[in-house]
Design a binder for this molecule. Structure first.
Ligand SMILES: *Cc1c(COP(=O)(O)O)cnc(C)c1O
Length: 390
């Protein structure tokens, strides 16, 4: 069959400047990376703490491979649970001061596991309108009815909870740090409203893990809501510098997920090197908050400098800093110009953000030096002026 309809769809994306040009990285992930043989300042990776190429973690992964091999060769519930998986879950629970933790292959898998395990047809989900795609997919799989509330707006959430049938089971879901804007959900207020109406509360802290709270313990720690949020989904694919997902929270929920979280039952366990590297990451964070402090220092400096230069950084208050541009062609041109000047930061366009809200998204890292930040500010300013953004 001639797939002309698909060719046309791809061409449409290109015509509308919405086509994702996928670049290939030829070096380790760090403050500098190599693409097409060119060395670039990297402001694009979710490598908040610079752990993606950390020597202690690499050593832990190598030693674990020597002892246990590579793949688990099974799902967790059949033969895929090693002592390392149990150790990681125990260490994470201690670190996050949670009753219990269960790990998944990724944050995406965690959302697909948790949401359908907690609610089903006839139940209600209250979801922030800007929640991550994996939450949206988890909601769809659950078959529960989804009621969207206005972004980070506990008042609108309350109006919607109040209007719902008090007898129906309810789950409130919010991102912790929103990945495209860098703003933070007011989890304390969301908790108050959720508990008032007897709703369960779930937060997806993918961008808060290793970033918010004491030594990066996450958003629940940031708001001191230990024992109050029913389930906190997280990822080890961002600040932890590896790949993996988790759910932390009430023992009853974590136990239930080990029985009915479908990616836990039907997709193979995290690999040995991933698990070992994650254990090492938790140890690094538990020992010192230094990397987290450096990350925030870098981010606050960069954000203030970009604002001073005249850029609109939206509602960012975290290490995620968008440069709001609006038009997707402008955003793609901006990214190309940055690349030519030796800086890697990608344009984010529809459908990752709404139409007309295209932007450059800058990701900070504790690994950036002051010299690298100053060089970046010069490049952003030069391109901003050239494209008449500032
Ligand atoms: C990145 C992200 C995920 C997915 O995490 P992975 O571990 O990369 O699968 C889930 N939720 C949110 C809010 C994210 O930003």
């Amino acid at each position: 069959m001639a797939l002309t309809w698909l060719k046309k769809q791809v061409q449409d994306l290109k015509d509308q400047h919405l086509y994702n040009n996928i670049l290939t990285i030829e070096s380790a992930i760090g403050p500098e990376i190599k693409i097409n043989g060119k060395k670039l300042l990297n402001f694009c990776s979710n490598n908040y703490l610079g752990l993606a190429n950390n020597p202690e973690m690499k050593k832990a992964a190598t030693l674990a491979i020597k002892k246990y091999g590579i793949g688990p060769a099974a799902v967790r519930t059949i033969a895929g649970t090693t002592v390392l998986h149990k150790e990681l879950e125990a260490e994470l629970a201690k670190f996050k001061k949670a009753e219990a933790v269960i790990t998944f292959q990724s944050g995406f898998s965690a959302n697909i596991a948790v949401i359908p395990a907690l609610v089903t047809e006839g139940d209600l989900i209250f979801s922030d309108e800007l929640n991550h795609a994996s939450i949206i997919d988890g909601c769809r799989l659950s078959k529960a009815e989804v009621i969207r509330y206005a972004h980070i707006n506990p008042k609108d959430l309350e109006v919607k909870l109040k209007a719902a049938d008090p007898k129906v089971k309810k789950l409130v879901i919010t991102d912790g740090v929103f990945s495209m804007d860098g703003d933070i959900a007011p989890l304390d207020e969301i908790y108050k409203v959720s508990s008032k109406y007897g709703a369960m509360l779930m937060v997806d802290d993918a961008h808060g893990e290793g970033v918010l709270g004491e030594s990066g313990r996450g958003i629940v720690d940031h708001f001191n809501l230990h024992g109050k949020v029913d389930v906190e989904v997280g990822t080890m694919s961002k600040a932890f510098g590896v790949v993996g997902g988790m759910a932390a929270g009430r023992t009853e929920i974590i136990e239930w997920l080990s029985q009915r979280g479908r990616p836990f039952l039907f997709s193979s366990a995290m690999t040995i090197p991933d698990v070992a590297a994650c254990i090492a990451a938790v140890k690094i964070l538990s020992k010192s908050g230094g990397l987290v402090k450096q990350l925030w220092k870098n981010a606050d400096y960069l954000r203030a400098s970009l604002k001073k230069a005249g850029f609109n950084t939206g509602t960012s208050i975290t290490p995620i800093i968008p440069l709001m541009l609006g038009d997707s062609k402008l955003a793609q041109d901006f990214s190309h110009e940055l690349f030519n000047e030796g800086l890697f930061a990608k344009a984010i366009v529809y459908p990752t953000v709404a139409q007309g809200k295209a932007r450059i998204r800058i990701m900070n890292s504790a690994g950036h030096t002051k010299e690298q930040l100053d060089k970046a500010i010069k490049i952003f300013t030069k391109v901003g002026k050239k494209l008449k953004v500032i």
